[in-house]
Ligand binder design. Structure first.
Ligand SMILES: Cc1cc2nc3c(=O)[nH]c(=O)nc-3n(C[C@H](O)[C@H](O)[C@H](O)COP(=O)(O)O)c2cc1C
Ligand code: SF4
Length: 604
């Protein structure tokens, strides 16, 4: 039951739905509006939304249950979520900042305070890794955190100061661009790429994108030119362009920076793609954690409409001769805290107002994408690169990088180094070079490509970033000698267990078993039998999972077995088998409460 201050009437619910639907009738948009207004999604609202959108109640209900940022019981007026990431997590050194705030505000993690003022929890990486410890308060990021700031946050919350009135410097998120390369150092004015494309011709531009060798920057590395060609050739009157800005891989924040500093190039790349494939509608799927960027992105879109670069009669206003019948516009859909929605087919499901559960593939989105129609889905950085190639041509792009990895890669560098931030290099750069540039000393390990990528030991720091050797979506996490690798691997295992969508058993169950295995070894109860079980389980999840999440979830553990075997070995107990559950240990709290420690209070 709602607390008295949150009694919600059907009329209020209807008013919020009508108001939200006047700007977008997307299910996630309406649910965000309800969550914002009532601090949860009341059950009555589920019925009203279903009726308003003509959807089954069960579908709306299952969507509310699926996404982390929708709640069925009220959150506090200050909803505080600490990032649970090894780079922007809630620990500053040995200090547990979440525990500190919890103590100071008198609210238990995972709960809402009885007076409804504040709720506290942790959430998967919020993409502030270059800033250090970070949290979201009512969706607004605050970073970096330290003990002093935590105390001040507690005071501001108790005094009920609106977050927009908190110190302005706290609310600013710097880009931290440290090295600019091919894309970041070349200026791009709105419309430049489109004018160049129209002057050169649409077919020639597609040929240029293909010849440039541009491959997707979101991880899989598929040829962008080929993807666009397949979509263009797919039989249909309706094609779509989607920009994947769901950036949820822990340690990755380069799309956040591109959306902030280079949004025109992102939208330009999408528009170039729309011309080539014949799309009239485009979508940018923005991760819920980056909601704070929404007003700025909307302003860039509005400006582009004013310039005649979006909307109907496109380019007419920009003074270029073009078919006035042609029109294209872009809508932004904001996600709600689900890493799996970055997987392209789960993203399509989410766009269609469903749970983000990956589809069977084939068919692929280029032929059967959004609403079953041919759809191009590309990463933010891919669209930026495509816009530059449309303007500057393929030889310019090919001149950088390597044979199979042309152009540059934008890296999100975080962790134990002097200058975390954004580094753009030609492909082929070595790990050691990046470490030297970001001021990382005494490095124990580097995680390339986030938890789903590769863990690298110092003997391999001469390896090169690129599709030939080490492909990466851009996350580059540095771990110094002082770090406990087992704790890091445990954090990654926890991430996958939490983010598994639950659709297939190997991933749903296997990720939890792996997490339990790491925890058991970390607690000093693991045996060689447990290690062997984890290896077997890791191989099984990799082979049998339905999508990329499960197929890569065991990577950190399997890599650690191979590259850093001592990390596990040194914590093993030398017995054949130890149970997962320490029965005697579990009675410790009861012994303390009853002040007993005699033999009868123990279990052998
Ligand atoms: C679990 C999972 C999460 C993913 N998250 C993202 C993401 O946040 N951003 C992204 O561009 N691609 C992500 N991908 C890859 C997409 O499925 C897809 O390959 C990509 O968006 C295609 O764009 P590209 O060709 O430009 O790389 C993810 C894949 C998986 C399996
Ligand atoms: S592998 Fe995991 S995330 Fe992917 S469909 Fe199966 S349960 Fe869902």
């Amino acid at each position: 039951m709602s607390p008295p201050h949150l009694t919600v009437t059907v009329e209020q619910i209807k008013a919020v739905i009508t108001d939200a639907a006047s700007s977008s009738s997307h299910l996630l948009h309406i649910l965000h509006a309800l969550q914002h207004r009532f601090l949860h999604i009341p059950h009555t609202a589920i019925r009203e939304v279903a009726s308003h959108l003509g959807l089954p109640i069960g579908q709306v209900e299952s969507v509310v249950e699926f996404y982390s940022f929708f709640y069925q019981t009220p959150r506090g007026r200050y909803n505080i979520l600490f990032s649970n990431c090894t780079s922007c997590g809630y620990k500053a050194g040995a200090v547990d900042l979440m525990h500190m705030l919890s103590h100071r505000l008198g609210v238990v993690a995972g709960k809402t305070r009885a007076d409804g003022l504040v709720s506290l929890d942790n959430t998967s990486c919020i993409g502030m890794c270059d800033h250090g410890a970070a949290l979201l308060v009512n969706g607004i990021p605050i970073a970096p955190l330290d003990a002093d700031k935590i105390m001040r946050i507690a005071d501001l919350v108790e005094a009920e100061v609106p977050v927009v009135n908190w110190p302005a410097e706290w609310l600013r998120v710097d880009d931290n661009i440290r090295i600019s390369g091919l894309l970041l150092s070349n200026q791009f004015a709105a419309g430049d790429g489109m004018r160049a494309m129209l002057a050169r011709g649409i077919d020639a531009t597609l040929a240029d994108i293909t010849q440039s060798g541009l491959r997707g920057r979101g991880g899989a590395g598929f040829s962008t030119g080929m993807k666009w060609k397949f979509c263009r050739e797919a039989q249909s009157d309706t094609h779509y362009v989607v920009c994947n800005a769901d950036e949820g891989e822990p340690g990755t924040f380069k799309d956040r920076v591109l959306l902030h500093s280079d949004a025109d190039a992102v939208f330009e790349g999408m528009t170039v793609c729309a011309f080539i494939i014949g799309a009239k509608r485009g979508f940018l799927y923005l991760r819920g954690e980056y909601r704070y960027l929404l007003p700025q992105l909307q302003a860039v879109l509005a400006h582009r409409r004013e310039l005649g670069l979006l909307g109907s009669g496109i380019l007419g206003k920009a003074g270029l001769k073009f078919d006035p019948e042609f029109n294209f516009d872009i809508e932004i859909i904001v996600g709600a805290g689900a890493y799996i929605c970055g997987e392209e087919s789960a993203l399509l499901e989410s766009m269609e107002g469903k749970r983000g559960v990956p589809r069977n593939r084939p068919p692929f989105p280029v032929t059967h994408g959004y609403l079953g129609q041919p759809t191009v889905i590309n990463n933010v950085e891919t669209f930026v690169a495509a816009a530059h190639i449309a303007l500057r041509g393929s030889p310019w792009f090919r001149a950088a990088g390597t044979e199979k990895s042309s152009g540059s890669k934008i890296l999100s560098v975080s962790g134990d180094c002097a200058s975390p931030g954004i580094y753009e290099y030609p492909f082929g750069v070595s790990i050691q070079q990046v470490l030297d540039d970001c001021g990382a000393k005494n490095v124990q390990a580097v995680q390339i490509g986030g938890p789903s990528g590769s863990l690298i030991n110092p003997a391999k720091f001469n390896r090169k970033l690129g599709f030939e050797d080490l492909p990466t979506g851009g996350s580059f996490m540095v771990f110094g000698q002082g770090r406990d690798l087992l704790e890091i691997i445990g954090n990654f295992a926890q991430f996958f267990a939490h983010e598994s969508c639950g659709f297939c058993t190997p991933c749903r169950v296997g990720t939890v078993l792996l997490k339990n295995g790491v925890d058991k070894i970390a607690s000093g109860h693991g045996t060689r039998y447990d290690l062997d079980e984890m290896k077997r389980m890791g191989a099984l999840i990799k082979r049998r999972s339905h999508c990329g999440l499960g197929q890569t979830a065991a990577n950190p553990i399997l890599d650690c077995f191979q590259q850093f075997p001592h990390v596990f070995e040194q914590r093993l107990v030398h017995s054949k088998f130890e149970p997962y559950f320490d029965l005697d240990g579990s009675l410790e709290e009861a012994r303390q409460i009853t002040h007993r420690d005699d033999a009868a209070a123990h279990l052998k």
